[in-house]
Design a protein around this ligand. Structure first.
Ligand SMILES: Cc1ncc(COP(=O)(O)O)c(C=O)c1O
Length: 331
């Protein structure tokens, strides 16, 4: 590995291997010059936003969503407009309505397992979203952060796999499949967009860490990354079952939920409960939970929780739900 100045778009071997991996396992075709390696998908999103947006441009976002992405879009001058999310993912009808009154430049979405609700964007909505994006010339910023973690059946292919007009900027990360501290992500987009993103990247971060990128290239080439993903998928699926059992045992009648087909958390509805008080009481017992407020575009409290299962052992998941049940605020 060279320790000199090197390709700002990423270590060539890694770019090639990531491109092959995404083409093979996610059905997203990647040609030369269409992939940029970044420090996490957060950087990829920011560079994409700065590249395609002008100040004041309207960007539609999921009304429950990922705040760091919203902040990056805002920093690029976007005016964000929330679009409702339900069990089928983002409402494309609502987005379509929005386009009748406002010029929507882009939409930021998490179609695989919607963050934070875990809903899978339904097939009809996928087709409708791609068609709307084509008709209205809307760029789709597709954040596919947890592609490997689908437990029931095959992962649903990204929107980018069906994009024929270059409307989608696809954002991937190794944070979930490998480790968040690695700070490695990537963007796939038409070559011109990647070139502009790369030119911008040079101004703030001349190039990524090519030593680490070369090491990651070896792990991919040896099949280690995919083996690791398969192993973790089995482990996470078991942890999901453990959380389901614990919820049914300790919180039935309090929390209702739909078992997610994948992802790293269960989104639960807890009608009539003050979840902010609950979260405080849980914290006193050493259990940290995320309440709906954290993900709500309007910042309002609502009785939903996102309970993560991927990062904890089965024993800790059981204990956490037991303690959470003890902490339910009464009255
Ligand atoms: C919705 C979403 N997108 C992306 C990421 C990953 O970001 P990064 O690749 O910058 O670590 C996360 C991690 O928490 C996430 O929840």
């Amino acid at each position: 590995v060279s320790l000199g100045y090197a390709d700002p778009a990423g270590h060539p071997a890694l770019r090639g291997l990531l491109g092959d991996m995404v083409a093979r396992s996610r059905g997203v075709p990647v040609d030369d010059g269409e992939l940029l390696v970044t420090r996490g998908s957060q950087m990829a999103l920011y560079l994409a936003a700065r590249t395609i947006l002008s100040p004041g441009d309207v960007v539609a976002v999921e009304a429950w969503g990922y705040r760091p992405a919203w902040e990056a879009l805002r920093l690029a001058g976007a005016t964000l407009v929330p679009v409702p999310v339900d069990a089928g993912g983002i409402s494309v009808d609502a987005l379509s309505e929005l386009t009748k009154t406002r010029k929507v430049r882009a939409i930021y979405v998490t179609p695989h397992h919607q963050y934070p609700t875990t809903a899978l964007l339904s097939q009809p909505r996928r087709l409708a979203l791609l068609a709307l994006a084509r008709a209205e010339r809307i760029a789709i910023l597709e954040d596919d952060y947890d592609h490997e973690f689908h437990y029931d059946g095959r992962p649903v292919l990204p929107l980018a796999s069906a994009d024929t007009r270059g409307n989608v900027i696809y954002l991937g990360t190794l944070s979930k499949i490998f480790a968040p501290g690695l700070r490695m992500g990537f963007a796939i987009a038409p070559r011109k967009v990647i070139e502009r993103m790369t030119a911008l990247r040079i101004l703030v971060d001349r190039q990524g860490d090519h030593v680490v990128e070369a090491a990651m290239a070896e792990l991919i080439e040896d099949g280690e990354l995919e083996r690791h993903a398969r192993r973790m998928r089995r482990i996470y699926a078991t942890r999901r079952e453990t959380l389901v059992e614990a919820l049914d045992k300790h919180l039935s009648g309090i929390a209702t939920y739909k078992v997610p087909q994948g992802g790293m958390a269960i989104w639960t509805h807890t009608p009539g409960i003050d979840v902010e008080a609950w979260s405080e009481r849980a914290r006193e017992r050493g259990v940290y939970i995320h309440t709906a407020k954290r993900f709500a575009f309007d910042g309002r409290a609502r009785p939903y929780l996102r309970l993560g299962f991927a990062a904890e052992s089965e024993a800790r998941i059981r204990t956490a739900i037991e303690r959470l049940a003890e902490a339910v605020p009464r009255g």
